[in-house]
Design a binder for this molecule. Structure first.
Ligand code: SF4
Length: 449
């Protein structure tokens, strides 16, 4: 891609895992409103459930998640008690015992749990919800804290997908990000997963980290591809030390510049394709038979807080401190502070502190943005018609897209938009044109590339 385009569109734009995006959630949405929204769900609505474990054995310097390091297990035990209580409170607020088609354990590191506690947590969820027999059950793993017994417990409760954090295999990069993880360790955990029949494996890689070069990133890609994970995510490191103070431990002088970041992204993507992976959306790659690839081809790919997914459940419930939910009436975000989260739950309150109700206009724009992020194209007339609106309403946005069109990032045919292959890394800049809430300088997000 041309350097001038990278510089011109180096906007601080959201990742669009929701719309409106999280900085626009506010305190008007609380536990009471959440309770009403849960109660209003159609009892046959399939649910997607997410449980957040906000603990890790140690803090990686680059981490952007809501988590904290703990050497002791007592805080984890205490937290799991509150989590079990919250699961009960949510189940009580629903109109009936409901079915879950997706269950995702993330964090932090779910692997800090003892295998026994992991099984207890899944049992607690299973006691309150009907887990569909073909449900996808996914767990995020930190290989450094994953034991064979934990993998056996995963298999025992029917986990179908594992997501493995790798980031980079280069020792200098690993040292600079405070995450030493040998390829042998990663290989051992993958061996356990395959041995226990968990064959759907995602691997997370990151570019834009300190000391990374095009050569080191492609070398990491080569090593990752040897493991043949069915999906590989390629995320850009977001350096936001004003929000994540531990990122001050990252040697800033060793961070690649904007043009170098782009070269890394481009080279890693090309190398993944040469290994047989198909680009999915902005930052995912998958083997051709993977359902995320077939979903993309059918226009059935979705995007939620975990990124790209085949999960089409109309209601997502997030459990745990910082858990986020997406219900037909709006988004809800749980208390982030673990102490206050536990206090709220123990007092019998749903621990929601922020959120946003979705207006018909939000719903329409959300769908446009989701289609752009997932399909790299959108038919404004079709999406508008489904929402009882007209594509003509978007003339101001179409005019605002002119510079992106002139720069070859997006093509326009009437009310149909298609992001070009060259424009794919800048798709968020196209989405931003449809974002009514975006106000330059108001909320600081990560780089578009
Ligand atoms: S293990 Fe994952 S969640 Fe925990 S600090 Fe490292 S990157 Fe963050």
């Amino acid at each position: 891609m041309r350097t001038d385009l990278i510089e011109r569109y180096d906007l601080r734009v959201p990742r669009y895992t929701s719309y409106p995006t999280a900085p626009h959630f506010g305190p008007a949405i609380d536990g009471q409103r959440y309770r009403a929204w849960l109660g209003a769900l159609d009892p046959v609505t399939p649910l997607s459930l997410y449980a957040h474990i906000p603990y890790c054995a140690q803090m990686c310097f680059f981490c952007g998640c809501h988590t904290k390091a703990t050497k002791k297990y007592a805080p984890v035990t205490d937290y799991l008690g509150a989590l079990a209580d919250e699961i009960g409170l949510v189940a009580e607020a629903l109109p009936a015992r409901m079915k879950a088609t997706h269950l995702h354990f993330g964090g932090g590191s779910p692997t800090v749990l003892t295998p026994r506690d992991f099984v207890r947590l899944t049992d607690r969820i299973g006691a309150m919800f009907d887990i569909a027999p073909n449900a996808e059950i996914a767990v995020e793993l930190d290989p450094r804290t994953t034991s064979r017994d934990f993998v056996a417990a995963m298999a025992g409760v029917g986990v179908t997908r594992a997501s493995i954090g790798v980031q980079d295999f280069n020792p200098q990069v690993q040292k600079a990000i405070g995450r030493i993880q040998s390829p042998q360790l990663t290989a051992r955990v993958i061996g356990w997963l395959l041995g226990y029949g968990i064959g759907a494996i995602n691997m997370d890689l990151v570019y834009g980290l300190p000391y990374q070069t095009v050569e080191s990133v492609t070398a990491t890609v080569d090593m990752a591809a040897e493991f043949r994970p069915s999906r590989i995510s390629l995320f850009g490191y977001a350096h936001v030390p004003w929000m994540k103070p531990h990122q001050r431990l990252i040697p800033e002088a060793a961070l690649p510049g904007l043009a170098e970041r782009w070269l890394q992204y481009e080279a890693a993507g090309e190398r993944l394709k040469s290994h047989g992976y198909v680009a999915v959306g902005l930052d995912h790659f998958a083997l051709p038979g993977d359902e995320i690839v077939t979903a993309q081809a059918r226009g059935a790919l979705h995007r939620n807080f975990q990124g790209y997914t085949t999960d089409a459940a109309p209601a997502l419930i997030g459990f745990g401190a910082s858990g986020i939910g997406a219900l037909p009436k709006g988004y809800v975000a749980n208390e982030i502070d673990i102490g206050r989260y536990k206090q709220a739950v123990r007092g019998g309150e749903l621990p929601v502190t922020r959120g946003v109700a979705i207006s018909p206009d939000d719903r329409l724009r959300r769908e446009i943005i989701e289609r752009l992020m997932c399909d790299m194209s959108v038919n404004l007339d079709a999406v508008a018609a489904l929402n009882g609106a007209s594509g003509d309403a978007f003339e101001p946005e179409l005019s605002a897209l002119s510079p992106l069109e002139a720069d070859g990032i997006v093509r326009r045919e009437g009310h149909r938009l298609a992001v070009t292959e060259e424009g794919r890394p800048l798709v968020r800049a196209v989405c931003a044109v449809f974002d009514r809430y975006l106000d330059a300088g108001e909320a600081r997000h990560s780089k578009a590339v």
